[in-house]
Design a protein around this ligand. Structure first.
Ligand SMILES: Nc1ncnc2c1ncn2[C@@H]1O[C@H](COP(=O)(O)OP(=O)(O)OP(=O)(O)O)[C@@H](O)[C@H]1O
Ligand SMILES: [Mg+2]
Length: 181
């Protein structure tokens, strides 16, 4: 690693620590608009969002693609729904972060085409039945789901999509997380 990279690494560690201690917003340079660079690795692409890992700073950027801005017709309605969903998602990530039920939340911002949430990268495993057995997580997962319901992070009528791949386990500090909020 050359000196410049080292500098960037420590500068960002410092910024992250400072934000954890004092709160505050993302810096302008952390509000990335182009994810098509070597700094980012796309780890998942879905219908609504893409997940990018910022390799240099160990951050996850959850990138929601905005609907087209059409004034009339069904698209305008869909756009509003997308904005509402995003706002709700930001609130949920914030809340889960404070309650230690999800990844640390670092901020959100938008561009013309994207709505973006920045969070801690969980260096662990997405849950599978095999991992649940291996790490003995069955009761803890139930407990986590109850906590999420209690805090209105998922609806109690269980229409929510509670997929195993929306949870992650980090063996390093034995922590279980809800990651898709
Ligand atoms: N904070 C994180 N740390 C590490 N990996 C993550 C994080 N957030 C998401 N991922 C990875 O990306 C995958 C998809 O994340 P998430 O469920 O939030 O996105 P999604 O677009 O809702 O996907 P889907 O529609 O498939 O549920 C996760 O299963 C996980 O592998
Ligand atoms: Mg998901």
């Amino acid at each position: 690693m050359d000196y410049y990279q080292k500098y960037l690494k420590y500068k960002n560690k410092y910024l992250i620590l400072r934000r954890r201690l004092y709160g505050g917003e993302l810096t302008e340079e952390q509000k990335i608009t182009d994810f098509n660079t070597p700094q980012f690795r796309k780890i998942q692409g879905g219908m609504e969002s893409n997940i990018y890992l910022d390799i240099t700073n160990n951050l996850i950027y959850k990138v929601f693609i905005k609907r087209k801005d059409v004034k009339k017709g069904p698209w305008s309605i869909q756009k509003n729904i997308a904005e509402e969903t995003f706002k709700k998602s930001v609130d949920n990530y914030k809340k889960a972060s404070t309650l230690n039920l999800g990844p640390q939340f670092y901020g959100s911002y938008f561009t013309d085409t994207y709505n973006i949430i920045v969070m801690e990268f969980i260096d662990g495993y997405t849950l599978t039945q095999k991992n649940i057995n291996k790490f003995n997580l069955k009761d803890r997962l139930k407990e986590l789901i109850n906590d999420l319901i209690k805090n209105e992070l998922i609806p109690s009528d269980l229409t929510a999509d509670i997929h195993l791949n929306n949870f992650m386990y980090r063996p390093k500090d034995d922590k279980l997380f809800a990651i898709d909020l």
